[in-house]
Write a protein that binds this ligand. Structure first.
Ligand SMILES: [Zn+2]
Length: 292
């Protein structure tokens, strides 16, 4: 009986979200199309036909949500260099943006997501994007740290650029804090899974000065929830740990996000419906993201 009442309210909420979304829908999700509902326990969505997957401790250290900062280095054994390519040597990847120099390395997967994003920017007349830095290996990071100083570059292994999921984006017209490219990315990048990693109002949390050029890929719905709740990655991962489960609707996609602590190899339950992705937090657990 009680279950049916809960189901009814869930349906009502979904219906409400859908109506709200329909009212203000365009090609891209917008603020009014984002609905966040917080649940306190992962068991709330467990159903009889769900299946179990094995999570091992190594999974804490893989995925798009890894936290890398002065306290959490890039995990040992992670090899982003196996995925990255030189953009200059792969000119078919360069589409709609310029390069600051010929040393830029990035994974084709990340470039693809970046290109999708700036294609939409171009439709609004924002077209002067430059990539000024992508993946940096340990030697490049060490060199930067030594020559530019600790304020500009973190030591090797502690920079997000060593993770392969970050890029520095500039404009050929002006500095990013004044350029239309910077403003556009600040307002829209969350729709494409990117976050402005070091915002002006979060320097005390990140320990890094405002960097209007540094964007990090975390994927949807994480970038949207972080934007909606004004959280940087450090805070978002803590938030997931506290809530254990968050669900949200973006555009036509419904997402469920779960945090599971991992101290030993264990089994976790995943719904059979929808696609799922698992990422570690580079600390103590994994985040399972399900899209329905
Ligand atoms: Zn950067």
């Amino acid at each position: 009986m009680k279950k049916w009442v809960i189901c009814f309210f869930v349906l009502l909420l979904l219906g409400y979200g859908y109506t709200k979304l329909k009212a203000g829908m365009n090609d891209l999700p917008n603020e009014s199309g984002l609905h966040i509902e917080i649940r306190n326990t992962p068991d709330a969505v467990t159903q009889a036909d769900d299946f179990k997957i094995k999570v091992s401790k190594e999974m804490i250290f893989q995925g798009d949500l890894l936290l890398v900062n002065k306290d959490h280095p890039v995990p040992d054994g992670l090899t982003p260099e196996s995925d990255v390519v030189s953009l200059v040597r792969n000119p078919e990847l360069i589409d709609g943006f310029g390069l600051l120099d010929n040393t830029i390395l990035l994974s084709p997967r990340l470039v693809d997501k970046f290109r999708t994003m700036i294609k939409d920017a171009a439709q609004e007349g924002v077209v002067h994007f430059l990539i000024s830095s992508g993946y940096r290996n340990e030697a490049q990071q060490e060199e930067l740290h030594r020559t530019k100083g600790a304020k500009f570059a973190l030591p090797a292994g502690y920079s997000e650029h060593n993770l392969g999921l970050s890029m520095d984006i500039g404009s050929s017209q002006a500095e990013m804090n004044r350029a239309p490219e910077g403003k556009w990315l600040k307002d829209h990048s969350w729709k494409y899974g990117f976050i402005l990693r070091y915002p002006e109002d979060k320097t005390e949390v990140t320990g890094i000065q405002f960097e209007p050029w540094h964007f990090r890929y975390v994927g949807l719905p994480h970038s949207a929830i972080m934007r909606e709740k004004n959280l940087v990655l450090e805070q978002y991962l803590d938030f997931l740990k506290e809530q254990k489960s968050v669900s949200t609707t973006i555009g036509e996609d419904n997402y469920e996000v779960f945090y599971y602590p991992v101290t030993e190899n264990r089994m976790i339950t995943v719904p059979t419906q929808g696609e799922y992705e698992i990422s570690g937090n580079n600390q103590d657990g994994v985040i399972v993201t399900i899209r329905k």
